[in-house]
Design a protein around this ligand. Structure first.
Ligand code: CS2
Length: 475
């Protein structure tokens, strides 16, 4: 039997057909594995060149192993390794932006995939439109070598248009609502500020399929690296750790129909991904964020630890009861069954997914994960104390001090403003009012409607603590 976990030096790889922007653990544990499966099933030149938009770490780690790495499936019954060798190289954008543009402008490249996280789209999370005042966008408007993901896409498309080459398909793999439409809007907004004719060409010939991506991928730790070395019998500087489950739904709308045989790899090709996306963002990511803030405040390190606590097990089920009426099931899917499957995924003790990791960038995540669901509950006149507690817990978390008075390392592009808003208010009610005034997160009308219920939740949270508050709001 061939040893799947060993690199096969000397074997030629498929040529590059995909450039990936934002090469982090998630895409290496998800997209790269699907693309490897698609090529194994049906061939095609779909090798991937990864681009790191900031740090050289991934490039430096993978270079000495010929761009291959181990993907580790963390099943409850044990770990399984597999060697992934679909990367043909990794570019570090700040070191050589022109090389990135050249790779993206190559006519052999048909698809640009992205995982740049919510904040990488340089948009206003409350409206979904490009933020022209974003410092990276200001820079990308002023000079031809970009720094932002939208900047790279627009400048590379400009080069392709000038060379008479068709656009690449832009395939976003980030957890944003209607992510295809969102990235299309951001790219068109930026392109029209640079060259309206370019924007017109992209609007007509460009394709931006929406996607729903799902695989829990905790950050790799030094301990993981040591364990993987023992498992595979050699050092891998950058393995990726992930759960067994994976789901990828993709709108089948590619430039010239050119794409890997995704269906052969188990991707669901659909005409409209909105239902899948809402279900996942609201039921998975919404409860993930809720458990991250409340669990962190209650002293739980990981999601598995949090749901092993019976109070939070009941709390997450209450959340699903509040969320399900705000979700339309994709054809053939039972939302109750989906929730039960999520609970089993969260409870997997081999996944050490830190509450702190998920708590990052809340200002960019809250609108699509929790606030849309809350708006729907308000419209339907349904009380949603579980969801309100989640938002209140975010408010407490971004205040920067936990329930034991210890400082929290809050990572968020708006961290300083959130902290200032919280520090400038003395009571929980005043903190709620100050944070509801952050317009990038809470549109004015929603802020007004949330003020009463959130004040109630915050008073409960600040007086009783997260665990007792979670018990109080659970059915
Ligand atoms: C998590 C997601 O870190 C987070 O915010 O909610 O990364 C989550 O693990 C994935 O979306 C699962 O597909």
């Amino acid at each position: 039997m061939p040893d799947e976990s060993r690199p096969r030096p000397g074997q030629s790889r498929p040529a590059t057909g995909i450039v990936h922007l934002g090469l982090g653990a998630f895409f290496r544990a998800f997209g790269c594995v699907y693309i490897a499966d698609a090529m194994a099933a049906s061939g095609g030149d779909w090798g991937i060149v990864g681009v790191s938009l900031r740090s050289p770490d991934t490039r430096d780690a993978l270079r000495d192993q010929d761009w291959g790495y181990t993907s580790v499936t963390l099943a409850p019954e044990g770990e399984k390794t597999r060697w992934i060798d679909v990367l043909n190289g990794v570019l570090v954008a700040p070191e050589d932006p022109a090389a990135v543009l050249e790779a993206m402008a190559d006519p052999a490249v048909k698809i640009v995939t992205l995982t740049v996280t919510e904040k990488g789209y340089c948009h206003n999370p409350a409206t979904g439109r490009l933020n022209p005042q974003h410092p990276d966008i200001v820079q990308d408007l002023a000079q031809p070598l970009p720094v932002s993901a939208p900047g790279y896409i627009v400048r590379a498309l400009q080069l392709r248009r000038a060379a008479g080459v068709a656009p690449f398909t832009v395939l976003t793999c980030d957890n944003l609502p209607e992510n295809g439409k969102l990235v299309r809007g951001v790219v068109l907004d930026l392109a029209s500020l640079i060259d309206p004719e370019l924007a017109g060409w992209i609007a007509v010939d460009g394709r931006f399929p929406g996607t729903m991506v799902d695989r829990i991928t905790p950050a790799t730790t030094a301990e993981d690296i040591a364990r993987v070395a023992a498992l595979i019998g050699r050092h891998d500087a950058a393995p990726v750790m992930h759960e067994p489950f994976a789901q990828w739904a993709v709108e089948d709308d590619f430039v010239g129909g050119e794409r890997p045989d995704l269906a052969a790899a188990g991707v669901e090709l659909v005409s409209d991904v909105t239902a899948h996306e809402h279900m996942k963002l609201r039921m998975l990511n919404g409860t993930h964020s809720a458990l991250a803030y409340t669990g962190y405040l209650a002293g739980h390190q990981t999601i598995a630890d949090t749901v092993a606590d019976p109070v939070f097990a009941a709390y997450v089920r209450t959340l699903w009861a509040e969320i399900i009426p705000a979700v339309e099931a994709p054809p053939g899917v039972s939302l109750a069954g989906y929730a039960e499957a999520l609970f089993a995924r969260y409870a997997n003790p081999n996944i050490r997914h830190r509450t702190w990791q998920i708590a990052m960038d809340g200002s960019q995540k809250l609108p699509q994960r929790l606030l849309g669901t809350l708006r729907k509950a308000l419209d339907d006149r349904r009380a949603a104390p579980g969801l309100c507690l989640a938002v209140a817990a975010w408010m407490r978390y971004v205040g920067g001090t936990d329930e034991a008075g210890q400082p929290i390392d809050v990572r968020d592009p708006l961290a300083a403003r959130l902290r200032a808003a919280s520090d400038g208010a003395a009571t929980p009610a005043a903190k709620v009012a100050a944070l509801l005034a952050i317009r990038e997160v809470f549109p004015e009308d929603l802020a007004a409607r949330l003020s009463g219920p959130l004040t109630w939740s915050a008073e409960l949270l600040w007086s009783a603590g997260a665990r007792a508050a979670a018990r109080e709001v659970s059915q």
